[in-house]
Write a protein that binds this ligand. Structure first.
Ligand SMILES: [Zn+2]
Ligand SMILES: [Zn+2]
Length: 376
């Protein structure tokens, strides 16, 4: 398909603009060579890149980025992992995509040769970050271990690409990978969640997508828990399909879930807040035999009533990113407009203003939820 697009797209240039990380919190706009796709890879001309909470961690502290075996600072490394664009060059032997195809990306191309990759858990690849020198196992996680999307071009493995429908905007397409994480969480919980209760704690982008996805898959009721500061996000959560929203400054989260579920507790809790008390609260709001998925990174060790977990046969799962092709299913739900994902996109900035975009996301300026860097 897309022969006309092939004619429209000139050969990519030799050099491009890209942001690189100097020291912590130090972003610089530089010129870099445009990377060239190898076997099973394509070159993507980036259309838009969303700022994620994890980008803020990488830019300020380093982990979970791991570049050449260490911290990502002063290595000419380009962050940014939630992007979309257009295929402009095919590596040798690539026939899965055509030049001119619009695509969103999954972050992780695992090594494909370790035990976890073979199970579809490529976001937990055993060879994470092994992509340099004589330790090159082929692993890539763009924006974490290899160059990411705050640039004009990026190289992606074909396995990390998802087609974007023509009626979806560039900005909205960057949200596909966020929804992919929510789907992966529900996957790992093993939920055939239609008719079962799902509580989402923390109305950040992944939590809000968790609400949309859970509702689209038939969960009932869907409950979203946030704080007073999240008032605007809780309203958006309702529009995404939350049957009930709980503001913990007004009602205790556990008491509210027990009220809503008539004392039974929820079947599933998707913990997306990272709040210090969130895991213990989840333990007490889930039903006996229920399941908890931990999506958010907590900043410090947390105290949990383990005896309660054990005596109530409660399962706890941690996930990283979006494995098992969850992103493809996210794209399908969004293409079918099963929930209004576009409500998450609140701000756009051009490539030259990445530091401003990062600041808007970090400080939640003007109630920012998803801040997107849109290429011209
Ligand atoms: Zn992210
Ligand atoms: Zn692997």
């Amino acid at each position: 398909m897309n022969a006309p697009a092939r004619a429209k797209d000139p050969r990519p240039p030799e050099r491009m603009k890209a942001w690189v990380l100097g020291g912590p919190d130090e972003l610089r706009l530089v010129e870099k060579p445009v990377p060239r796709p190898r076997a099973a890879e394509v070159l993507v001309r980036i259309g838009a890149t969303a700022v994620c909470g994890t980008d803020l961690e990488v830019i300020s502290h380093g982990p979970p980025a791991l570049v050449q075996g260490g911290l990502p600072f002063n290595k000419n490394f380009t962050p940014g992992h939630e992007y979309m664009g257009t295929v402009v060059e095919l590596g040798p032997g690539v026939d899965e995509f055509d030049i001119g195809d619009r695509v969103a990306v999954e972050i992780h191309a695992g090594c494909g040769r370790c035990e976890r990759c073979r199970e579809g858990m490529y976001t937990a690849c055993v060879n994470y970050g092994m992509n340099y020198g004589d330790r090159d196992k082929g692993h890539r996680a763009n924006g974490f271990t290899t160059d990411g999307g705050f640039a004009e071009y990026a190289v992606n493995h074909v396995n990390t690409l998802v087609p974007v429908p023509s009626d979806m905007s560039d900005e909205d397409a960057t949200l596909i990978v966020t929804a992919g994480t929510a789907i992966y969480g529900l996957d790992v919980l093993g939920g055939l969640i239609a008719g079962q209760s799902v509580v989402v704690t923390g109305p950040g982008p992944i939590g809000l997508m968790g609400v949309g996805v859970a509702k689209a898959l038939g969960a009932s009721p869907v409950v979203l828990v946030g704080t007073e500061r999240d008032r605007k996000r809780l309203e958006i959560g309702r529009k995404l399909g939350a049957d009930e929203v709980v503001d913990v400054s007004r009602e205790d989260a556990v008491a509210a879930v027990m009220r809503i579920t008539r004392g039974k507790g929820a079947h599933y809790v998707l913990e997306c807040s990272g709040a210090p008390n969130a895991v213990n609260d989840a333990a007490h709001m889930v039903s006996r035999g229920g399941r908890i998925c931990l999506v958010a990174f907590a900043h410090a060790p947390v105290l949990v009533d383990v005896a309660h977990l054990v005596s109530n046969n409660i399962y706890v799962f941690g996930i990283r990113g979006e494995g098992r092709s969850a992103t493809r299913r996210a794209a399908a739900l969004m293409a079918q407009k099963r929930f209004p994902a576009q409500l998450l996109h609140t701000h756009s900035f051009p490539l030259e203003e990445v530091p401003t975009a990062v600041r808007y996301a970090a400080e939640r300026i003007e109630d920012a939820i998803k801040v997107v860097v849109k290429m011209r």
